[in-house]
Design a binder for this molecule. Structure first.
Ligand code: SF4
Ligand code: SF4
Length: 455
């Protein structure tokens, strides 16, 4: 399951909205203008009101209640990005606010933690190149508890327990319980093939609100061929159904490549038919074993097409549906909204109006199976190790984290782009392809309005 949970986007983040509250300005108002101020350029001109008002064409009354599927419950107004989900409390909490006040740095609100690299599968595009077996140097339960203690001094984040396959860890329920005890919200990224009634009952007993499961194709034949694992499609679908029966929320993640970019709608519809809560598409970031799939990464134009399709499909999807690891999606939202005469407001666009594309090092990070801290699982650079120094110190002091938080350091066209506060480009892709994590995102077709050399 390491393929796409090492990033900010297996993030079950919808409930962060609650923490932002109604008063908090959208990222457009808050940061876009500021980001461009040093260049003397203006932020993006988004109309302050739009004709029609109300839902502005984002339809209300889509069947299903929260989560999209409960019949008979009154439906909240459908917003861009799909139905609202339930069951989470926000990542961060009062500790995060106190930390930000103290340091001027945002606290981590979501941490993906590879609690083991061992996996019962060995999928072709796995970020971690994980396989079944013993990986030396993995953190013990005591070490994990100590790290949670330290994290809890600066935040109460959502902890995405991932792998490898996290259910391979015999002490997983101890980890889950301890995370709860310290005010964190553990969720699980799993391939779901190990989920039995007994395991799903454990998930419910230990208050796991949601799991995320990767499904890349709408049929067993295609999915199994891509993963190199005969039978894994059926096993994952069965695991999803069992989890749902036990009341566990399910998010389906799809890694989009040249092999399946025409199948996104079908996988979305499969997710809907399974009655899951969320559907997140991930644009392949070719690192780890996925580096072998470099030639399967979508060309930038096709990438743009898929994200444009997603924007329109989001309007009516009953799922919480969003692209991930696609920072320019947040530029595309604003371009398309503007063309439709809309403003990207919290009311209509939910969290999409409040967050930005790449959160690596900003409110999200990744801890590897041996304790290395990275901006995300695809960002192949170790910024410290939790066995050697406290997580909180690495988060606060790492020069790389601090670079990522300073958008004025972005180079190339990302550096002069009027959308950099909401997008920022994928820093892992920039690192992988150019060797410099601050360089321009290599998979973006957009040409900023500010000419080269003027910023
Ligand atoms: S140029 Fe960079 S910051 Fe601007 S939209 Fe493209 S990836 Fe995002
Ligand atoms: S660097 Fe790329 S893969 Fe990592 S969190 Fe940012 S957008 Fe996602």
């Amino acid at each position: 399951m390491a393929d796409n949970v090492g990033n900010a986007d297996a993030r079950p983040d919808l409930e962060l909205e609650e923490e932002f509250g109604d008063e908090r300005p959208t990222i457009d108002e808050q940061e876009m203008a500021e980001a461009m101020a040093p260049c003397g350029a203006e932020g993006v001109g988004i109309p302050m009101s739009h004709p029609g008002g109300g839902s502005g064409g984002h339809p209300a009354g889509v069947p299903g209640g929260p989560g999209g599927h409960s019949a008979g419950a009154p439906m909240e107004r459908q917003r861009h990005g799909g139905a609202r989900s339930v069951g989470f409390r926000p990542g961060g909490g009062p500790q995060a606010l106190a930390y930000e006040e103290r340091t001027g740095i945002k606290a981590p609100r979501i941490i993906a933690w590879e609690i083991t690299r061992s996996c019962n599968l060995s999928c072709a595009h796995c970020r971690a190149a994980a396989e079944f077996g013993y990986y030396p140097g993995e953190l013990s339960l005591d070490e994990i508890k100590a790290v949670i203690d330290d994290i809890a001094t600066i935040s109460n984040p959502i902890l995405i327990l991932t792998g490898g396959e996290p259910l391979m860890r015999p002490d997983i329920w101890d980890i889950v319980d301890y995370a709860h005890e310290k005010g964190c919200m553990p969720v699980i990224g799993t391939n779901a093939t190990l989920i039995t009634d007994e395991i799903a009952a454990k998930m419910a007993e230990h208050k796991i609100p949601r799991i995320s499961v990767s499904i890349d194709f709408p049929t067993a034949e295609e999915h199994d061929a891509f993963r190199g694992q005969p039978g894994c499609f059926e096993a994952s679908i069965e695991g999803i159904k069992i989890a749902k029966r036990h009341g566990i929320g399910v998010q389906i993640n799809m890694t989009v490549t040249t092999l399946n970019h025409t199948k996104v709608a079908e996988v979305h519809d499969l997710a809907e038919s399974l009655g899951v809560d969320a559907f997140h598409i991930f644009m392949l970031v070719p690192t780890g074993r996925g580096a072998d799939l470099l030639d399967k990464e979508l060309p930038p134009e096709e990438y743009e097409r898929v994200l444009t399709w997603a924007y329109h499909r989001q309007k009516t999807s009953p799922l919480h549906f969003k692209p991930t690891d696609s920072p320019h999606y947040y530029r595309i939202i604003r371009q398309l909204a503007k063309a439709e005469g809309r403003k990207v407001t919290r009311e209509e666009y939910g969290l999409d109006a409040m967050t930005r594309g790449c959160l690596g090092g900003i409110t999200f990070c990744f801890i590897s199976h041996i304790g290395d801290v990275q901006p995300c699982g695809y960002f192949d650079m170790q910024l410290g190790n939790v066995k050697e120094q406290p997580f909180s110190k690495i988060w606060t002091e790492s020069p790389v984290f601090n670079d990522l938080r300073d958008y004025s350091k972005l180079k190339g066209k990302c550096g002069r782009c009027e959308y950099k506060a909401v997008c920022g480009g994928c820093r892992a892709r920039a690192l992988e392809i150019t060797g410099d994590y601050l360089e321009a995102e290599p998979y973006c077709v957009y040409e900023p309005k500010t000419p080269e050399g003027s910023c």
